[in-house]
Design a protein around this ligand. Structure first.
Ligand code: SF4
Ligand code: SF4
Length: 99
């Protein structure tokens, strides 16, 4: 079951998770194929933005979880109820149908 980036990432968006993902499946906040490059551009404003995990590519390795400074990443089955909507957002960012 893929991993999901939830609400605590919103407005933090530091892309620390991107650097440790072995299959390069974390993208956004705007480019569905980029690896968080927007975050590294000078003047980037993270307000209201987050990164997303491509469910079709994620191999459930757990490497991204410990590096997230705000504990925003969960295995899909463990996403807290209050952030359930994040599951749909992650799938839809990549044009995938949410389960
Ligand atoms: S669980 Fe592994 S493969 Fe999936 S997004 Fe995190 S680092 Fe990438
Ligand atoms: S490490 Fe956490 S806060 Fe940073 S971009 Fe990834 S999910 Fe968002």
């Amino acid at each position: 079951m893929p991993y999901i980036i939830t609400d605590p990432c919103v407005s933090v968006c530091d892309a620390a998770c991107v650097d440790v993902c072995p299959v390069d499946c974390i993208h956004g906040p705007e480019d569905t194929e980029g690896s968080g490059q927007e975050v590294k551009e000078s003047g980037f404003d993270p307000e209201g933005k987050q990164l997303y995990i491509d469910a079709d590519v994620c191999i459930d390795c757990d490497a991204c979880v410990p590096v997230c400074p705000v504990d925003a990443i969960y295995e899909e089955s463990d996403v807290p109820d209050e952030w359930n909507e994040s599951i749909r957002k992650n799938y839809e960012f990549f044009g995938l149908e949410a389960p």
